[in-house]
Design a protein around this ligand. Structure first.
Ligand SMILES: Nc1ncnc2c1ncn2[C@@H]1O[C@H](COP(=O)(O)OP(=O)(O)OP(=O)(O)O)[C@@H](O)[C@H]1O
Ligand SMILES: [Mg+2]
Length: 238
């Protein structure tokens, strides 16, 4: 684990509310106890890593839905138990349940997802996130000269912990996108790899939109959280 110096709170917005949820403070985070594998250094390192991953718009996101906090707590507890069992120097997230965030446009699904990524970072547990919007995933996996689509696909299917934003959004479902959705969800399901998925597909339309086999696996592997409300973007514009 790379030693990470104290973090300037100006450059890492809204860490305090995230730390407070763990019963911790900025002082705790920035006190160097000289242990590179200790929770403080892992947290500083993780915050630094996720800051590169979280888009600027969501840089200060703090998840509001209690189901996300509970999901994170569960992952952390399991990782710590596994660390103890194996006598590993750090606790890291390798396996666990998934979460499906559903809701119409603009209610805050992506915000909640990035809030969860930031929250996990301050726990002092190693979580190797990969983040992708479903539409970008399809674009990246289209067969192209000089690109090995299978290697690209495995970056996502085998990711330690994965955020798939906006699954099922956009244009018509094609055989190609259906195949990617199935292979991705099936792999994550088979290996119990924790996955955070957002979608604006209505709960009752999941099967129709994503196919029965994808919807069935998602039902078993994911806790489902439905966010309702107005489009917050329009609220800002008004
Ligand atoms: N709890 C919150 N506090 C402050 N701002 C929020 C909160 N939740 C969402 N927002 C803001 O509201 C807007 C819409 O949120 P977001 O992008 O997460 O919506 P979404 O549900 O992912 O929409 P879409 O389905 O179009 O992708 C964004 O500007 C986001 O930063
Ligand atoms: Mg979104």
């Amino acid at each position: 684990m790379q030693w990470t110096p104290p973090l300037d709170p100006q450059q890492y917005p809204k860490l305090e509310p995230l730390l407070a949820r763990q019963g911790r403070t900025l002082d705790w985070l920035n006190t160097d106890d000289g242990d590179p594998y200790g929770a403080r250094n892992v947290a500083r390192w993780s915050i630094h890593q996720v800051t590169k991953l979280v888009p600027f718009h969501y840089r200060a996101a703090v998840a509001q839905r209690p189901e996300l906090n509970t999901w994170i707590r569960g992952l952390v507890t399991d990782a710590q138990a596994e660390q103890k069992r194996r006598g590993a120097p750090v606790a890291s997230i390798n396996r666990g349940p998934s979460l499906l965030l559903l809701g119409p446009t603009g209610v805050g699904k992506t915000y909640e997802a990035y809030g969860a990524i930031r929250e996990l970072a301050v726990t002092g547990i190693v979580a190797r996130w990969t983040v992708v919007a479903a539409a970008d995933l399809y674009a990246q996996l289209r067969p192209r000269h000089g690109v090995d689509s299978e290697t690209e696909f495995q970056k996502y299917s085998k990711a330690g912990i994965l955020l798939v934003d906006d699954l099922g959004a956009g244009g018509k479902v094609s055989e190609f996108t259906e195949d990617i959705n199935f292979r991705l969800v099936n792999y994550r399901y088979d290996h119990e790899l924790p996955t955070l998925i957002t979608s604006n597909v209505l709960p009752k339309e999941l099967s129709a939109r994503l196919g029965d086999r994808v919807a069935s696996r998602l039902t078993e592997m994911c806790q489902r959280v439905v966010i309702t409300g107005q489009d917050r973007r329009r609220g800002v514009a008004a």
